[in-house]
Design a protein. Structure first.
Ligand code: SF4
Length: 107
């Protein structure tokens, strides 16, 4: 038997897995799904192919699969890049707060 045959989402409206407003509902399917690991493995393999083009682009991953959001799968696939992006955001936010503090002091 194929793992897909055991998927809890079989027969469900697949649109919910690609609708940001309904992702909690989609994740509730995954939470009780007996083939989450297989589903995630398949998603990671599909999303890590050159056919997708710039496969490191977070935007090319889409929807809930294997119990994870697209962005979570990207972080799982490229933890180093995601750490660099997070560090850049922290530095940018610190710089913004410092700029605002200096503006307040000079006002
Ligand atoms: S883990 Fe989620 S998306 Fe994957 S088969 Fe199960 S219910 Fe469907």
């Amino acid at each position: 038997m194929e793992w897909r045959d055991q998927a809890v989402c079989n027969g469900a409206d697949t649109e919910i897995f690609f609708d940001n407003h309904r992702r909690k509902l989609a994740l509730s399917y995954c939470k009780v799904c007996p083939v989450t690991a297989e589903c995630l493995q398949a998603a990671m393999a599909e999303e890590d192919t050159p056919d997708i083009g710039s496969h490191r682009n977070r935007g090319l991953r889409n929807g809930v699969r294997g119990g994870l959001l697209a962005e979570q799968r990207w972080v799982l696939a490229y933890p180093e890049e995601s750490a660099v992006i997070k560090a850049r955001e922290v530095i940018k936010n610190r710089a913004r707060r410092e700029r605002e503090r200096l503006e307040r002091m000079s006002a």
